[in-house]
Write a protein that binds this ligand. Structure first.
Ligand code: WT7
Length: 661
């Protein structure tokens, strides 16, 4: 227990301190932290760079393999790389059995907190028992190695059980974020050919309960390949509609099943698919495999969060439906045998200080969240943090979008009390694990820059014209060498895999899709996406996907969606919409458009603003000029518009924008 009394924070004092810190370019590891850190040897990076494959072999060797690999990296069919070929391993064995056999079964895996104040501690032994039984239940339901299992669940321990159970028997999970609509889940189940879906009776959000199962029935009832639906009783709803012969309750099948042992799987056996947005309306099924993915997430979490399994209480505030949740709520923490917090609820329910309350109550040592959440906390005010004892914290992490220096400093000062290094971790669904950041006991942090590549990785900023590496300046981010946790393909679409990632710079240099600046010290400053992907609160959405949901409305003739910089969410969605025919009022259509987007994609994809217009700015060949629409939304000078078919269109739009119409 700490002897310090909790700090009293005032908005004024914080403002003054941030002002003082704003000019400081570098933040070395705080001495107290550096003194106890695991990695302090600057030679580590150089050693890994000298022989990256040997380095990754050394990391993979820390896991439990049932058969050792023969070839560490097979690049003979690049860009379809294979890692640890010939090896056999099981993910759930490494996450659970291994720790229980080592005598750590009584260690808590998850301190679960429900949004109505419920608490549940799940130990490693309990998680193993549930996982082994649910794996048996999945088998009883007809799931075999290679079959796809959909998972559409809230943030509850059962989501980890369902994922781990899949890995135990070699089923491929396809988790869909609980905030996406059932319609969008249906699409992902259909295209992935899911055989079983694991879902819940209902979900809870800020005191309201919404039925989930009836929505699942409405949107997925007719899916041919979907044979079974498993329902977790979570929201306490009565009268859950159950179809005889197809639907079963999670608790009943778990109780009835015999536990099964982990199946040794090929290192390259598909482990999961996760759909993510790209340049077109069709989401990409990003596919990861077993041995390399586990090696990547286990190594990076241990190094970057300086894990101490005996002491740490880790909390990653993401949702399991995103890659951050896969890698750093489920697999990374469990493979490292640490205790985590899992929280079901919203950051402002039942009050705006709930996160800090949970950190204090659980003695969280390492906390990992997103810039958008930090900016929201800043906006809510320091009074919600003031008086909390956050001295258990030792390290803070950020992920999902660039963090602006002011939010970085607030996190450092207000949350971390200037004792905790802040690691800004850059990575993607495709990379599977963290790639660029600072090693907290070794590297200086620069607020706003993610840092440099982790050991074993190489990252470059390439000139957009020549494709040559830029030593200092701006360009396109690229990874010129394969890494174990990289995506292997896009599910059932190898051509799109090739064209999306390996056409721009050739088949040995991975095209990231971000633009970035590299400074004289080799620090990377991510600028943003170069494709039509919008990053709202760290959530990836495609302009094309939102546009097609809008034009589905019968009164909409045309729509163009762009990103607008936003103080809170990083980027926000702005939609320019042209109506056709005899219309209702635009307010009414606007409501219907929003409802349609919520239904097809999810509430998070609703535009912040809809601008009604007679026409969209187009080139003479009819191409919509989205750049101009962005400039209008960000109130920038439009420059030369004479190439437009009708230049007056943008003038009208500018006026409408400023008038707030
Ligand atoms: C895109 C990937 C990484 C898991 C969550 C998002 C942006 C991510 C950072 C960061 C600047 C970042 C990039 C990237 N991004 N982390 N620390 N600094 N930008 O995964 O949904 O696949 O999105 O998020 O633009 O390409 P994702």
């Amino acid at each position: 227990m700490s002897t310090e009394t909790p700090r009293t924070l005032t908005e004024h004092a914080v403002e003054e301190r941030l002002h003082e810190l704003l000019g400081q370019e570098r933040f070395p590891p705080p001495p107290g932290f550096a003194a106890q850190a695991e990695i302090t040897d600057p030679e580590l990076r150089a050693r890994a760079a000298a022989d990256p494959v040997a380095y990754w072999e050394e990391q993979a060797g820390k896991l439990r393999w049932s058969t050792p690999w023969e070839t560490a990296l097979n690049d003979s069919e690049a860009p379809f790389y294979r890692w640890f070929e010939g090896g056999r391993i099981n993910v759930s064995d490494n996450c659970l059995d291994r720790h229980v056999e080592a005598g750590n079964g009584e260690r808590v895996a998850f301190h679960w907190h429900g949004e109505e104040g419920e608490q549940r501690d799940v130990t490693y032994a309990e998680l193993l028992d549930q996982t082994a039984r649910f794996a048996g239940a999945l088998r009883d339901l007809g799931v075999q190695e290679g079959d796809v299992v959909g998972i559409y669940l809230p943030m509850i321990p059962e989501v980890a059980v369902a994922m781990l159970a899949c890995t135990r028997i070699g089923a491929v999970h396809n988790v869909v974020f609980g905030g996406f609509s059932a319609g969008s889940v249906a699409e992902r189940m259909e295209v992935s050919g899911a055989k079983v879906l694991v879902t819940a009776d209902g979900s809870r959000r800020k005191g309201k309960t919404a039925p989930v199962k009836p929505e699942v029935d409405r949107t997925m009832g007719g899916l041919q390949g979907l044979e079974k639906i498993v329902v977790v009783r979570h929201a306490g709803l009565d009268d859950v509609p159950m179809t005889e012969g197809r639907d079963v309750f999670f608790d009943e099948v778990v109780a009835a099943a015999d536990p099964v042992d982990p199946v040794p799987l090929d290192a390259e056996a598909p482990m999961f698919i996760l759909y993510s947005s790209g340049s077109t309306a069709k989401p990409k099924g990003i596919q990861h495999t077993t041995g390399g993915y586990l090696t990547g997430v286990t190594t990076t979490l241990r190094q970057v969060f300086d894990l101490k399994p005996e002491e740490d209480v880790f909390w990653c505030s993401a949702d399991v439906g995103w890659v951050t949740g896969h890698s750093y709520i489920v697999y990374g923490p469990l493979a490292n045998g640490i205790t985590s917090v899992m929280y079901e609820g919203a950051p402002d329910y039942p009050h705006k200080g709930i996160w800090w309350e949970l950190i204090e109550r659980r003695g969280v040592t390492k906390f990992y969240t997103a810039p958008t959440a930090i900016r929201a906390a800043m906006k809510w005010g320091v009074e919600h943090v003031s008086g909390r004892d956050l001295t258990s914290l030792k390290l803070l992490g950020s992920v999902g979008e660039p963090i602006n220096p002011k939010a970085w400093l607030w996190y450092w000062h207000v949350v971390g009390g200037e004792r905790c290094p802040v690691v800004d971790t850059w990575w993607q669904t495709e990379t599977g694990a963290m790639v660029v950041t600072t090693l907290p006991g070794l590297d200086d942090a620069k607020p706003g820059s993610a840092g440099t590549p982790l050991p074993g990785y190489e990252v470059q900023v390439l000139d957009a014209e020549t494709g040559e590496p830029v030593s200092e300046g701006e360009g396109l981010l690229a990874i010129p060498r394969p890494w174990p946790s990289m995506l292997r393909t896009l599910y059932q679409d190898p051509d799109r895999y090739r064209s999306t990632y390996w056409e721009r710079f050739g088949e040995s240099t991975y095209f990231v899709g971000d633009s970035a600046r590299i400074d004289k010290d080799g620090y990377i400053w991510v600028i943003g996406r170069v494709d039509d992907v919008i990053n709202v609160s760290g959530h990836r959405l495609s302009t094309a996907e939102v546009e097609s949901a809008i034009v589905a409305h019968p009164h909409v003739a045309e729509a163009a969606v762009v990103a607008q910089a936003d103080d809170l969410t990083g980027q926000a969605i702005v939609a320019y919409v042209t109506l056709q025919g005899e219309t209702k009022s635009s307010d009414e259509v606007g409501d219907e458009i929003n409802a349609g987007i919520a239904d097809r994609i999810g509430k998070l994809a609703r535009p912040k603003r809809i601008v009604w217009t007679q026409d969209l700015p187009k080139t003479r060949s009819g191409k919509i000029m989205r750049r101009l629409l962005r400039d209008i939304a960000e109130e920038r000078d439009l420059g030369d518009v004479t190439t437009l078919a009708d230049p007056s269109v943008v003038e009208n739009l500018q006026e409408r924008w400023k008038a707030g119409a």
